[in-house]
Design a protein around this ligand. Structure first.
Ligand SMILES: Nc1ncnc2c1ncn2[C@@H]1O[C@H](COP(=O)(O)OP(=O)(O)OP(=O)(O)O)[C@@H](O)[C@H]1O
Ligand SMILES: [Mg+2]
Length: 364
């Protein structure tokens, strides 16, 4: 009897928290691992998001260090599962985005796939976004195709909202039509503010308690909502190229004199409003919203989302997949698509000229 192939998916997103890995079989996470970034690497990855001195050399060094952590994540998955490298068909490795400029024809996810293949002895697929951009697309978001594959329904219009550093939605309709785009910031503004004020990487009290202790400031919220990206039509994608420290610094002038917890509450409300406005506008027929990504663990954010939407809001556990595993599973799925030479993008989402096989192979 032929056994079901195993894939590993590895994702490190715009939150810069670390690497999420899954060992996937038939799109289920048999094992999951998380490797946190050391503070120095996190700081360097953040610095590489904008122009700086000697960045080619620094990018190369950071890439190799990052790749060693990707390999450590793989070793942890293999050890937990008690399997050897030969039993894994391929690794899908996203890498770390340091620039995303599809309008200029490029995106940059750093990872050294040759080194990852060398360190793990497993075929590595990476560079998933380039071909979609070469075909005129945004190269992002790529996850809606996977969301459709595992969360799509033939009877119900569903929205999957991934709240990572940036947020994106997938609108899954019963006829199989899928749309989606990056709605704006996810956790990154909240993370940035609590880090500046309290030195925590996120609201570690759990569930956005600090934000919940503050009051949303309506005028400041309205000022944030005037960001032009929000009104731009799809296809669209964004990242730290727009929602970066200068952006936040510029907008913090709307908060002069405000209590820090009120700023956090307002940034949380901004994150939720950008998502719910997008859902009301582009999926008014949504019958259920399922949240994935680290934002699903922020109870205050989840409460705001539910308050602003008529349909039920839950997380993807309701559909059998833990919210922290969804994105990594998507890259395992994309690796499988590559191995089968099947398209991984959705032109209806990214705006590419057509379906394309995504990624490149570095053999074990
Ligand atoms: N218990 C929690 N309470 C509040 N926020 C949390 C909690 N756990 C995680 N988070 C938030 O989730 C973030 C990590 O989410 P995730 O890993 O999905 O984002 P990402 O790596 O940026 O992925 P993406 O590629 O989707 O942008 C953390 O930085 C933090 O803001
Ligand atoms: Mg992450």
């Amino acid at each position: 009897m032929p056994s079901i192939p195993l894939y590993i998916g590895l994702m490190s997103g715009t939150s810069l928290d670390g690497i999420d890995g899954v060992l996937s079989s038939s799109n289920q996470a048999l094992h999951a691992a998380f490797v946190a970034f050391p503070d120095a690497l996190r700081a360097e990855l953040l610095a590489l998001q904008s122009a700086s001195d000697d960045e080619i050399h620094r990018e190369a060094m950071a890439t190799n260090q990052l790749t060693e952590l990707y390999a450590a994540c793989v070793q942890q998955l293999l050890a937990d599962a008690g399997i050897s490298a030969e039993q894994v068909a391929a690794i899908g490795a996203h890498g770390q985005t340091i620039r995303h400029r599809p309008e200029l024809g490029y995106t940059r996810q750093i990872i050294n796939p040759a080194l990852l293949a060398e360190l793990t002895g497993i075929d590595v697929i990476s560079g998933f976004r380039h071909r979609d951009i070469a075909a005129g697309g945004q190269g992002a978001p790529l996850v809606p195709a996977f969301h459709q594959a595992i969360f799509g329904s033939t009877t119900q219009t569903r929205v999957v909202a991934n709240i990572g550093g940036i947020s994106n939605i997938s609108v899954l309709r019963p006829d199989g039509n899928v749309t989606g785009y990056d709605t704006g910031p996810g956790n990154m503004l909240m993370d940035g503010w609590i880090h500046a004020q309290r030195g925590q990487h996120y609201d570690e009290g759990g569930g956005g308690q600090w934000a919940a202790s503050g009051n949303v400031l309506p005028d400041s919220l309205a000022a944030l909502m005037s960001e032009p990206y929000l009104a731009q039509p799809a296809p669209k994608s964004t990242g730290r190229d727009l929602f970066n420290t200068p952006w936040l610094t510029q907008h913090l002038q709307h908060f002069t004199g405000a209590a820090p917890a009120d700023v956090q509450a307002t940034l949380t409300a901004f994150t939720s409003r950008t998502l719910t406005d997008a859902i009301r506008r582009d999926a008014p027929d949504a019958e259920a919203v399922y949240v994935c990504g680290g934002g699903a663990l922020n109870a205050y954010l989840m409460r705001l989302l539910q308050e602003q939407l008529a349909c039920p809001v839950s997380n993807t556990s309701a559909l059998g997949v833990a919210p922290q595993h969804v994105e990594a599973l998507a890259f395992a799925w994309l690796a499988e698509r590559f191995c089968e030479r099947l398209p991984g993008n959705l032109p209806s989402v990214t705006g590419a000229r057509g379906p394309r096989v995504l990624g490149a192979l570095y053999p074990a």
